[in-house]
Design a protein around this ligand. Structure first.
Ligand SMILES: Cc1cc2nc3c(=O)[nH]c(=O)nc-3n(C[C@H](O)[C@H](O)[C@H](O)COP(=O)(O)OP(=O)(O)OC[C@H]3O[C@@H](n4cnc5c(N)ncnc54)[C@H](O)[C@@H]3O)c2cc1C
Length: 349
């Protein structure tokens, strides 16, 4: 995406999720007010206001109660906080089965070096998507081109009978190779490099839009409230934006404010984020349906659309589509928060 820097001021980058998590962690370590409690989960929430009270459970220790002014729950797609919050409101968590699963693969540079075509792939600054009926693969170099990252999407045959709690499974290499056996030889050679016994398949689940992201002084963010299919590459990006908007909203609440003021500021955060994130979740699902078309008129039309609109207007792969890129990369969520906070806050009873 060579024109992204020119249009939006920053280049498009790919990265290893551990680099991102490490960067966030190191940033937090510089803040003396932040204290980490590793291997400790929120087990249940006893009170949402005026004080938040929840039970924390260390992996190898006894549960204990925590009292707080505010709880921001970024506890992912399996969010306990979401389940507790919805139960308190008398509704249930409604997960959506996408019918899709993903293999996540990382190839080491040293394993690709002896193959000139694979070396060229890891050395290029390009994200490549291979598309086939009901399946695709997206791939790009990360970690200074020492790792080639592949993420696939395919029908979730292996999880079809799984319980809702099952998200990952050790897969068989032979089964993975079979899923992509009609893809080009380059893809076959890459998949063949995956060590046997190291194939991990992820179930791709989403969630129906929630009636609320907040209750009292508790708010959800990230996958806890808007889990998405990965086809727009925006799940983590949206979670980070949520954090930025929450910071902006909470900075407007004066020290010592009452719980009602905290709850209202959290509601403003939800109002600022809800429509944009759910629109991207829908677009990611739509893009998946278009990418995965099988033979037929709709696929012919899609392929013509790809050929006619190369790099301009709208292309069927919404991640690469200039109109959707504009919607994503020109969206200044912090500016929206600063401009609209007062009006939205005043409008809440
Ligand atoms: C195949 C695939 C490819 C993807 N590619 C991209 C991409 O290219 N770009 C992108 O932006 N996004 C991508 N995503 C999406 C991205 O991974 C998620 O959207 C993102 O990780 C969500 O961040 P989160 O912090 O909300 O949740 P998570 O990353 O799931 O983090 C939740 C955390 O909460 C912890 N936790 C869970 N329960 C509790 C509890 N009860 N108490 C305390 N802690 C708890 C977990 O241990 C975990 O550390 C992809 C996802 C998949 C599956």
């Amino acid at each position: 995406m060579p024109d992204v820097a020119e249009k939006y001021g920053y280049p498009h980058c790919t990265g290893h999720r551990s680099s991102l998590a490490g960067g966030l962690y190191n940033g937090c370590k510089r803040e003396s007010a932040i204290k980490f409690h590793f291997s400790t989960s929120v087990a249940s929430i006893e009170s949402y206001e005026p004080k938040v009270v929840f039970t924390a459970k260390p992996r190898n220790g006894d549960a204990y109660k925590v009292e707080a002014d505010l709880l921001l729950a970024a506890d992912g797609i399996k969010s306990v906080t979401r389940t507790e919050m919805l139960a308190k409101l008398g509704t249930e968590s409604e997960e959506e089965d996408t019918g899709q699963a993903a293999y996540r693969i990382m190839l080491n540079r040293c394993d690709m070096e002896n193959d000139p075509e694979l070396l060229e792939l890891i050395d290029c600054n390009t994200v490549v998507r291979w598309i086939g009926a009901r399946r695709h693969i997206i791939a790009y170099p990360v970690s200074d081109k020492t790792i080639y990252n592949l993420s696939t999407a395919q029908p979730d045959d292996n999880f079809a009978a799984a319980t809702n709690a099952t998200y990952t499974t050790k897969g068989a290499k032979a089964a993975m190779l079979k899923v992509f056996d009609d893809f080009c030889p380059l893809v076959q050679r890459m998949l063949d490099l995956v060590p046997d016994g190291e194939v991990c398949e992820w179930k791709l689940r989403t969630h129906k839009p929630l009636p609320t992201w907040t209750l009292g002084c508790v708010a959800l963010l990230g996958d806890a409230c808007h889990p998405t299919l990965p086809h727009l590459s925006q799940g983590a990006a949206m979670a980070i934006e949520d954090g930025a908007v929450l910071a902006e909203c909470m900075s407007r609440v004066p020290a010592g404010a009452d719980p009602a003021a905290i709850g209202k500021a959290l509601k403003v955060y939800e109002l600022l984020r809800r429509d944009h994130t759910y629109a991207l979740v829908d677009l990611a699902a739509f893009s998946g349906r278009t990418l995965h078309l099988g033979e037929g008129k709709a696929k012919e039309e899609r392929d013509r659309h790809f050929a006619d609109h190369r790099n301009k207007g709208s292309v069927p792969d919404k991640w690469a589509s200039p109109d959707v890129q504009k919607m994503i990369y020109s969206n200044d969520c912090v500016q929206q928060a600063t401009e609209n906070f007062d009006k939205l806050y005043a409008g809440l009873s």
